[in-house]
Structures are given as structure tokens and as C-alpha cells.
Design a binder for this molecule. Structure first.
Ligand code: DX5
Ligand code: ZN
Length: 230
């Protein structure tokens, strides 16, 4: 069953505590926390102190998505803030393997995030150290953007690369993951869905209703896929 992870940068910033509690009760699988430094991406979002503050309101895994230059310089801040998983961008560091190994050595899950234009070859030599790969399906930095169409082909190739080489690695998709894009990304091997304004944070839906609706949609899709294969 695909995992649902709300992107908290899309929540009401004035009521993050309530949002975390409501989403936790509604049964989400993990929380996706976007961190931006204004350099790697032209925007600013959540910081370690806020993440530490939210940590007390749920036991669910915190997935910290570092969109910062030289993430190796800041890992300790997010490890101390209570992160369970940390993803760093392959485009943001000269020492990807060492940075991922450091995250693993601290007992966390290590992820590598990859921008839409970046080829899969750039992460081929860290497949043995990562627990998950975040395929950016939009250019990082902002919520509410449109899905980059060629990302479904990239997901397919990544899924093949992982299986051909005998690894078990989760594939996370991040950016415009909603009712029109979920069928294809699931079909192409994604199993961790970062859900923002395209699926969960919609003005017309309460958070618990949005999670229940999304969970039903995914369940029906996966059931149909299984039946189709049967
Ligand atoms: C963008 C972030 C995403 C974003 C998703 O850089 O990494 O997590 O918040 O928001 P939507 O679903 O609106 O694209
Ligand atoms: Zn993200």
C-alpha cells in the first residue's frame, strides 16, 4: 500500500500543531518537512526549531527534505530536531556518498533527492547506501506547481535500475501529487507519496476528509492494478 506523507509547508502555518494532530489521527504514514535555504532554491520554509516543536505531537516518522546547499554542514541540526529520515539533493553537495553514510551512521533513514533535469546516473553509485529516493516531479522550491511530464519515464527507468541491481529502495515522489498524477506514478513504481496542495491541503476539504478520500482512491487503484495483474 502506497504511503501518504503530507507536505507540511502546504498546511496553515498559523495552525501547524493542529494540522499535525489532525493528520496523525486521520492515519497518514509519515510527515514531509521541506527545508529551504534561499540559495539551493529561491524560497525559505521550515527550520530545525519548528521541527523540534512539532516532534512532540506525533510518533509518525518525520521525513526532512533538505533543499539546502552543502547539507552535510546542517545534518546535526535536523538529527537533533527529531528527524527519522533525511533526504539531501544530489545537486547540492560534492560529497553525496559520505553525507548519506553519515545519516545512516546516526541511525536514520537516508534519502537522495533528484531534480527533474538530473540524470539517474548521478545516483547510481549510492544505491547501496540509500533507503529511499525522492524523485522531484516539479522543480523544487514551491508548492502548487505543475507535474513535469517526463518524470513518469524517469520513474519507470529508476524502478528498473533498482530491481535489475537487486536493491530494495522506496521511491518517493514530490510535487503536484494528486488525483490526476497518482495513477501513473503508482504504475511506474512510486510507493511514497508527498501530498500537498494537489491532494490534501484543499480549502474545500477538512484534513481528515481529505486523507480518507485519498486513501480510498489509492486503495481502489491498487486493488484494480492487482486484479489487472491477476
Ligand atoms: C516543493 C516541495 C513539495 C511541495 C509539494 O519543493 O518539495 O513538498 O510542498 O506541494 P504540491 O503538492 O502543491 O506540489
Ligand atoms: Zn519536499
Amino acid at each position: 500500500m502506497a504511503l501518504i506523507g503530507p507536505s507540511l509547508m502546504c498546511a496553515d502555518m498559523g495552525n501547524l500543531q493542529e494540522a499535525v494532530i489532525e493528520l496523525d489521527r486521520a492515519g497518514v504514514d509519515f510527515f514531509h518537512l521541506d527545508v529551504m535555504d534561499g540559495k539551493f532554491v529561491p524560497n525559505f520554509t521550515l527550520g530545525p526549531d519548528l521541527i523540534k516543536r512539532l516532534r512532540g505531537f506525533t510518533q509518525k516518522p518525520f521525513d526532512v527534505h533538505l533543499m539546502v546547499e552543502k547539507p552535510e554542514d546542517f545534518l546535526h541540526l535536523f538529527i537533533e530536531s527529531g528527524a527519522d529520515m533525511i533526504s539531501v539533493h544530489t545537486e547540492a553537495t560534492n560529497h553525496l556518498q559520505r553525507t548519506l553514510q553519515t545519516i545512516k551512521d546516526k541511525g536514520l533513514k537516508a534519502g537522495v533527492a533528484i531534480n527533474p533535469a538530473t540524470p539517474l546516473q548521478n545516483i547510481e553509485y549510492v544505491l547501496d547506501v540509500v533507503d529511499y529516493i525522492t524523485v522531484m516531479t516539479v522543480n523544487p522550491g514551491f508548492a502548487g506547481q505543475r507535474f513535469v511530464p517526463l518524470m513518469n519515464k524517469k520513474l519507470q527507468l529508476l524502478n528498473e535500475m533498482i530491481h535489475e541491481q537487486g536493491y530494495t529502495i522506496d521511491i518517493q515522489v514530490d510535487g503536484n501529487i494528486g488525483y490526476s498524477t497518482i495513477p501513473d506514478v503508482l504504475e511506474n513504481g512510486a510507493n511514497m507519496l508527498v501530498c500537498g496542495t494537489s491532494s490534501l491541503f484543499k480549502p474545500e476539504l477538512k484534513l481528515d476528509e481529505a486523507v480518507a478520500k485519498l486513501r480510498r482512491f489509492i486503495h481502489e487503484l491498487e486493488f484494480t492494478n492487482v486484479k489487472g495483474e491477476g
